[in-house]
Design a protein around this ligand. Structure first.
Ligand code: NAD
Ligand code: MN
Length: 490
């Protein structure tokens, strides 16, 4: 089917009727304070900022803007808990608290999913099937380790690092919080976490869960704010470790400000992953993989398959099938269960993406977008591909963090690999082929932390996640993730 005929088939034919998830059961307060010592408290300077729904531009809640004084108060609470109740507790009891968090998250999964989609713009299908269940799974997984650290580090004795400062982005708000909090607690640390400024609400709900689970006050604290609040955590002298997920640019600033302080750190940064498709791959399956890799969560995924490297002999077929598939993708209301692509997270992220669309065209690439109708309000971007790009193009080298795919071709496996590895990043990659031997041969040579074969964007709490080169330092998830929160003393 050509792209033109598919347009007819899908646009003139039947449509799914709307199936929006209900918001009746959702309670969002008008205003949230800072969560310190298991209580919501006023920020010292009394300032608040708004978080909106990016699909409608409507106000959702206002949250506290934490300044240095507030961060100090949170760090003090965390220090007190670290020296007190939390370290004196038996590891098995620490585990029980983490299990409690996991179970409450499961019980309240529907509510969390809807709030995640409202605040961040991601399709409910993803928050419901991926973000929230995986968040609970991380708490379950690390709860299990709390009293087994001697087995995690055989022959060694581990000690918690102390007070951990954690700063996270807006693309997987609850999941990133879970990735950071669960292993930190399992190892006996206490936490001060800052969610991203556009998506603070599931962290505020997680605060309620932590209070309801009756964790000792001060074990987990949330401060809200933007970059300055993040910097205030990073630079606080009584923080022992910084765990950061976000842009490479901010990661660099953090690394510089930590240098020489003796603080530990892990940085999970950007990516520019390639899906490498060989001529012998199952093409329809690979096209689904490409779609999942770059259009999933609006391309707001650090390990997104934002580049496609396709073997020349099947390039026309793959691109034509991809264009057909793009026409069927439903862009719109994140709360609708049929939606494939939700809202771009913020006006500024949309602007960034749009500037890259212009850059791509100026660089001489050919742009193709699906023809869907976009809602009038809110921030939206049609699924987009660029063909005719070259390796040095900015749309090939730089992270766009939107539903934008750069497509190149290759002839030999060596050429494919060369191109795949030729960016400053090395977070993830995908290989599509019918030959098992080729999978082993190629995956060994892709310089990336996570590589999927004949699938993409699969996550599990037991497997480590982290990048090479400018994609970061250290790993999260699995045993590696525990390692980042302990000091091995013997
Ligand atoms: P960002 O770096 O601008 O912000 C991330 C977080 O850092 C936010 O909470 C922000 O408030 C805070 N921050 C901003 N400036 C700071 C500073 N100077 N000091 C301390 N904290 C500061 O990134 P973003 O736009 O929110 O997220 C998109 C980026 O995150 C992309 O580059 C993406 O690749 C990356 N990301 C990486 C991973 C990963 O696991 N590797 C996961 C998700 C997102
Ligand atoms: Mn928001």
């Amino acid at each position: 089917m050509t792209s033109e005929s598919s347009k007819l088939a899908f646009n003139d034919g039947w449509q799914y009727s709307p199936a929006p998830e209900s918001t009746d059961h959702i309670v969002i307060d008008e205003q949230y304070g800072l969560f310190i010592d298991n209580e919501f408290v006023e920020p010292a300077e009394g300032q608040y900022f708004d978080t909106i729904n990016p699909a409608t531009e409507e106000f959702l809640a206002s949250v506290a803007l934490a300044t240095d004084a507030d961060v100090s108060r949170a760090v003090k609470a965390a220090r007190k808990a670290k020296n007190g109740a939390w370290s004196k507790m038996k590891p098995a009891d620490r585990g029980k608290y983490i299990y409690r968090i996991a179970r409450i998250l499961q019980e309240r999964a529907r509510e969390f999913s809807v709030i995640e989609s409202l605040d961040g713009g991601k399709p409910i299908r993803e928050s419901r099937d991926i973000d929230i269940p995986l968040s609970a799974a991380h708490f379950f997984y690390y709860a299990g380790w709390a009293d087994k650290l001697d087995y995690a580090f055989p022959g060694r004795t581990s000690k918690p690092l102390g007070v951990v400062g954690q700063v996270i982005p807006w693309n997987f708000p609850l999941l990133m919080a879970a990735w950071k909090i669960a292993p930190a607690l399992a190892c006996g640390n206490t936490v001060v976490l800052k969610p991203a400024e556009t998506t603070p609400l599931t962290a505020m709900k997680l605060a309620e869960v932590i209070r309801d689970a009756e964790l000792p006050p001060g074990v987990v604290n949330f401060v809200t704010g933007a970059g300055d609040t993040g910097a205030s955590i990073v630079n606080h002298p009584d923080v022992d470790k910084i765990a950061f997920t976000g842009s490479t640019e901010v990661g660099r600033i953090i690394q510089q400000s930590i240098a020489g302080t003796g603080k530990r750190y892990t940085l999970e940064l950007g990516g520019k992953a390639a899906n490498i498709i060989f001529a012998d791959a199952a093409i329809d399956q690979a096209v689904e993989g490409i779609v999942n890799g770059i259009f999933f969560n609006q391309g707001h995924v650090c390990c997104a398959g934002s580049r496609l490297l396709v073997q020349e002999s099947v390039a026309d077929e793959v691109v034509s099938k991809l264009k057909d598939r793009m026409e069927t993708l439903i862009v719109g209301d994140p709360l609708d269960k049929n939606t494939d692509i939700g809202a771009i997270n913020s006006a500024s992220q949309l602007q960034t993406i749009q500037s890259y669309l212009k850059i791509g065209e100026e660089e001489g690439a050919e742009m193709h977008q699906s023809s869907c109708v976009l809602p009038e309000r809110g921030y939206w971007c049609r699924p987009t591909i660029f063909t005719g790009v070259s390796q040095s193009n900015r749309v090939v080298q730089e992270e766009i963090f939107g539903p934008v795919l750069a497509i190149q071709t290759f002839r030999t496996p060596e050429e494919g690999l060369e191109k795949a590895n030729n960016t400053p990043y090395g977070l993830s990659g995908g290989v599509w082929t019918d030959k098992g031997s080729k999978i082993f041969q190629i995956t060994k040579k892709v310089r990336a932390g996570v590589i999927w074969a004949n699938t993409f964007n699969k996550f599990d709490p037991t497997s480590p996640f982290g990048g090479y080169k400018e994609s970061g330092i250290g790993s999260e998830g699995g045993l590696h993730g525990l390692n980042a929160y302990v000091e091995l003393v013997k």
